[in-house]
Design a protein around this ligand. Structure first.
Ligand code: AGP
Length: 614
């Protein structure tokens, strides 16, 4: 979490940094700050609690000149979100300023050592310890800033993407990373750096992704200098960005989340382009084709992910086991990485991550890789750490997802994983050919069918209005739609702050049924497939206890519409594809309730889009 941005060049840095912070605000938004070295050689730091707009207001009357600067938007880890703990942080002499995304795990030991040397600390952060350590190293070892950074980072345990200014050297911007992302943008006579490419895209399409334990030194008129923290010289690999400015704007929608929900017909078309060939009744996934033998010989697939991506993984478990007949285990990355899992060389580990930077998922695949498993990733952000660490994978290609609540990434993850399950099943001969053909053709229809669900937005908004009073919600589903129930509950929790639980519908009678009352809305995902009749019985059980039911049903459903309080229809489709349709009303319900409650839909409290700390 936290977003960092830096600039060195011939322009005034401040507007570039502020614009960059707005783009990175999805990474954290409890405080923000900027450091600039002006023409007189003064190092000015301005910080404010709250969002970037607060910082702008605070700095409005201040000296914001300077052609070199760094800026930060924070998601607090050490120390409460206030101005003192906001970044940048000065060193003891106020000669250096640092911004940091990550956690310095051994900060307490380092801090104690520095305090013995007479260093004083103003904040509760681990970051201030790092800048003090760098200054201490520079002064006591009589080395330049780059060397001091290298030496200091050798003592650090933890994760970091940092950028540092030295008021005595206003011609140099130093940065480094380990575990947290860092991208350098190369302009003409100017350099940019940021946590991702979004602050850079309007200035240049030439970027370098900094690798773990690398230190980069940027000076106008000089080539990018990259060394390891052990001072081994590296050759920068310049890549071309595939990102456009229009993808980063709201396009007339009041919120990014709503834009992203409505983009799904197009994003799924993009995800399937060149992969699903409806005319030839075929699916071609290059990540699968290039590694066919690995998949065909896999004894087990382990899926690892967090949050919404974990829900996509659960759906994939149903599809892979049904079509490819390979046993699948779905793991929370945070548990998997620490529980000494048994991983074999013929296992395939699939990591799912929108951002490609989630710390726990990254650590989980590092572990699996060490144990010899083959790593396949489903990611959205091209060039992020997870796809770079993987042996192979599949990008979802939905464009930047900016709303903190994941929507279009989820449907694309489910689509990619379904395609993978179908490819393996076809090649292994474990899927019936007619069924394969039906699903391939149906995949081609999904964007239109999502469009039809979106056409009911007004009805869904009206239904949502009825339930804004509720303090608690239950979401129920079975089979492929059990993970959809979990996802619907997560969406509601994160953006409307209403407590919600997702359950497999049949589990209700093992406990949650005790909660049912008139005050407790129950959202039942009940498309006409598989265990439909059993879900209908569950709805009867809820109604018998005066519960209020909102049911997501297949168009034309007669049974449920007679007993549920409200129904929302989705078009008929193949069972394995129903989540792609049934999740849309749940995304919209969460959105409308959050808007009516006046919540900050795109940047809900306490959350960040990219969870780069564990
Ligand atoms: C979903 O709405 C979330 N905000 C969150 O659960 C997210 O899916 C999770 O943090 C995983 O992120 P990733 O896909 O970028 O790895």
């Amino acid at each position: 979490m936290c977003g960092i941005v830096g600039y060195i060049g011939k322009r005034n840095a401040y507007p570039i940094l502020i614009k960059g912070l707005h783009r990175l605000e999805y990474r954290g938004y409890d405080s923000a700050g900027v450091a600039l070295i002006n023409e007189q050689g003064q190092l000015n730091i301005y910080k404010a609690k709250g969002k970037v707009a607060e910082l702008e207001a605070f700095a409005a009357e201040k000296d914001t000149t300077g052609q070199i600067g760094i800026a930060h938007t924070r998601w607090a880890t050490h120390g409460e979100p206030n101005t003192v703990n906001a970044h940048p942080h000065y060193s003891e002499s106020e000669r250096l300023a640092i911004i940091h995304n990550g956690i310095i795990e051994n900060y307490a030991v380092l801090k104690a050592g520095l305090m013995k040397e007479g260093y004083t600390f103003k904040s509760d952060t681990d970051t201030e310890v790092l800048v003090q350590l760098i200054e201490y190293t520079q002064v006591n070892r009589h080395v330049d800033l780059k060397t001091a950074v290298q030496l200091a980072l050798q003592q650090v345990v933890g994760a970091y993407a940092i950028a540092i200014l030295d008021k005595d050297h206003p011609d140099t911007l130093i940065a480094a990373r380990k575990g947290s992302p860092l991208v350098v943008g190369i302009g003409i006579d100017e350099y940019f750096l940021a946590s991702d490419a979004t602050p850079i895209v309007e200035y240049t399409d030439k970027v370098i992704y900094i690798e773990d334990e690398e230190v980069v030194s940027l000076q106008v008129g000089k080539e990018v200098d990259i060394t390891t923290i052990g001072n081994v010289q590296k050759t920068p690999e310049i890549k071309r960005l595939e990102l456009s400015l229009s993808q980063l704007e709201k396009g007339g929608y009041p919120h990014f989340m709503l834009k992203e929900i409505f983009e799904q017909p197009r994003t799924l078309t993009d995800s399937m382009r060149g992969r699903v060939n409806v005319r030839q009744d075929n699916i071609a996934l290059s990540g699968f084709i290039d590694n066919k033998e690995r998949f065909l010989n896999a004894k087990r697939i382990i899926i690892t992910a967090c949050g919404t991506s974990w829900h996509a993984g659960l759906i994939a478990m149903y599809a892979i086991e049904e079509f490819a007949q390979i046993p699948v285990e779905v793991e929370y990355s945070s548990e998997f990485r620490y529980r000494k899992p048994v991983i074999n060389k013929d296992d395939i580990v699939i990591a799912i991550s929108q951002s490609g930077e989630t710390a726990d998922t990254l650590a989980a695949i590092q572990l699996a890789k060490e144990k010899g498993a083959f790593i396949f990733s489903i990611c959205n952000v091209v060039g992020a750490s997870i796809p770079r660490l993987s042996d192979s994978g599949c990008y979802t290609h939905v464009g930047p997802e900016i709303g903190v609540a994941s929507t279009k990434a989820f449907t694309a993850q489910v689509t990619a994983l379904t395609m993978l399950a179908l490819c393996i099943g076809k090649e292994k001969g474990t899927i019936d050919n007619d069924q394969y053909l039906r699903i391939v053709r149906e995949l081609g229809q999904i964007p239109d069918k999502i469009q039809r669900v979106l056409g009911q937005n007004k009805h869904i908004a009206d239904v949502s209005k009825t339930f804004t009073y509720a303090q608690n919600f239950i979401y129920l589903g079975r089979g492929y739609n059990f993970p959809v129930a979990l996802e619907g509950a997560l969406k509601l929790k994160e953006i409307s702050y209403i407590h919600a639980e997702g359950y497999p519908a049949a589990e209700m009678k093992h406990g949650p049924i005790a909660l049912i009352s008139q005050e407790m809305p129950v959202v039942v995902v009940a498309p006409h497939c598989g265990t439909y009749e059993k879900v209908v019985s569950n709805i009867q059980e809820i109604k018998a206890r005066k519960g209020r039911v909102i049911a997501i049903v297949t168009a034309g459903d007669k049974l449920v519409s007679k007993i549920a309080d409200f129904t929302i229809e989705v078009p008929e489709t193949e069972e394995c594809l129903t989540p792609l349709l049934t999740v849309i009303p749940l995304q919209l319900i969460a959105y409308h309730i959050a808007v009516i409650k006046g919540c900050d839909v795109d940047q809900p409290r306490n959350l960040a889009k990219s969870v780069t700390v564990e």
